[in-house]
Write a protein that binds this ligand. Structure first.
Ligand code: UDP
Ligand code: MN
Length: 373
């Protein structure tokens, strides 16, 4: 077969077929039956703006280590993620694909894939969550640039070059693609709007929002990047030394959630920038629920992670977070002393600066008599 070293795709997939009558949404919160029907090499529509194909990129872009963490991912989506990377990226740009198996039930989901060239597998010996798992992958990565992907993605035509170009020009840029939608019901690949950026409310709830009107009008070139206050979190490219310099991730955050705010505030406030590169498109299966267990519970984990973010990065504005999320008041969140120390050492700007310069659209809530800060 194409990949040599005896990787038997059909056997890999066949070993995990759904049983007759089994609810196809039960294990993964998407329709596994539809995913399993599709080829790991299926074609998808090129959803880029028509001016993108004529943009040219440097001939000596840096190679990247692709890091994919997963906990009990479906084999068909995991394999398609890996193969889309190998099929749609010039080989010279992919140093390696590092799979971090976050203590999935079956170690072979990950191990068998190492028969595919460039694919490596690290397995956690206990559940760590996506934050510590990504750091583990980043620590062993041998390329100068890191590319994080979820385990149920399909990368599109020329997805990597425009992002590597931006990072090569300025290593403090942290860049994301436009994230297209892979339907959780029928796995159709659907183009997402190119006029969206990442935003949030005071409860630290992420939302896609329209680019402000002035910026939209000023955008004469649809291939140019869009500044974004926050990234969605799962899919981005970052220079490895910049990631390390900035303090990687907060390793005391558990399982899922909130780390995208913490990283985004840190990047902006400590001298970098965040952008969405519209000529890069990556599809992702967006789900309506988490198909996996949160050992401390979903709500408490999200509170812990966002509370750590608010305590380290939001200065006096953290009071708005607590007003919007009163259930966070009094909840345990561990020590943030070392993160605050790092923030001071790096001489990062204030949250006030972030609001004024990066996200002026996030206005202070009406505080009744106490007025605004
Ligand atoms: N993940 C992980 N460990 C966990 C939870 C999630 O490695 O404890 C992985 C998951 O398999 C996926 C990525 O982290 O590849 C993001 O999780 P998910 O897709 O559930 O989040 P969403 O995209 O819905 O925000
Ligand atoms: Mn996901």
């Amino acid at each position: 077969e194409l990949w040599g070293r005896g990787f038997d795709e059909k056997a890999y997939l066949a070993a995990k077929q759904l049983k007759a009558g089994e609810d196809p949404y039960r294990q993964h919160a998407f329709n596994q039956l539809e995913s399993d029907k599709l080829s790991p090499d299926r074609a998808i529509r090129d959803t880029r703006h028509y001016s993108c194909p004529s943009v040219s990129y440097s001939a000596d872009l840096p190679a990247t280590s692709v890091i994919i963490t997963f906990h009990n991912e479906a084999r068909s989506t995991l394999l398609r993620t890996v193969k889309s990377v190998l099929n749609r990226t010039p080989a010279s740009l992919i140093q390696e694909i590092i799979l971090v198996d976050d203590f999935s039930s079956d170690p072979e989901d990950c191990l068998l894939l190492t028969r595919i060239p460039k694919v490596k597998c690290l397995r956690n010996d206990r559940r760590e969550g996506l934050i510590r798992s990504r750091v583990r992958g980043a620590d062993v990565a041998t390329a100068a640039v890191l590319t994080f992907l979820d385990s149920h993605c399909e990368v599109n035509t020329e997805w990597l070059q425009p992002m590597l170009q931006r990072v090569k020009e300025d290593h403090t840029r942290v860049v994301s693609p436009i994230i297209d939608v892979i339907s959780l019901d029928n796995f159709a690949y659907l183009a997402a709007s190119a006029d969206l950026r990442g935003g949030f409310d005071w409860s630290l709830h992420f939302k896609w929002e329209q680019i402000p009107l002035e910026q939209k009008i000023a955008r004469t070139d649809p291939t140019k990047p869009i500044r974004t206050p926050v990234i969605a979190g799962g899919i981005f490219v970052i220079d490895k030394s910049w990631f390390n310099h900035l303090g990687k991730y907060d390793a005391q955050m558990d399982i899922w959630g909130g780390e995208n705010f913490e990283l985004s505030f840190r990047v902006w406030m400590c001298g970098g920038s965040l952008e969405i590169v519209p000529c890069s498109r990556v599809g992702h299966v967006f789900r309506k629920r988490h198909p996996y267990n949160f050992p401390e519970g979903n709500a408490l984990t999200y509170i812990r992670n966002t509370k750590r973010t608010a305590e380290v990065w939001m200065d006096e504005y953290k009071q708005y977070y607590y007003e919007a999320r009163p259930s966070a008041i009094g909840k345990a969140f561990g020590s943030v002393a070392t993160r605050i120390e790092q923030r001071k050492k790096m001489n990062c700007k204030s949250f006030r600066w972030y609001l004024d310069n990066v996200y002026p659209e996030l206005t202070s809530p009406q505080l009744g008599q106490s007025g605004s800060l």
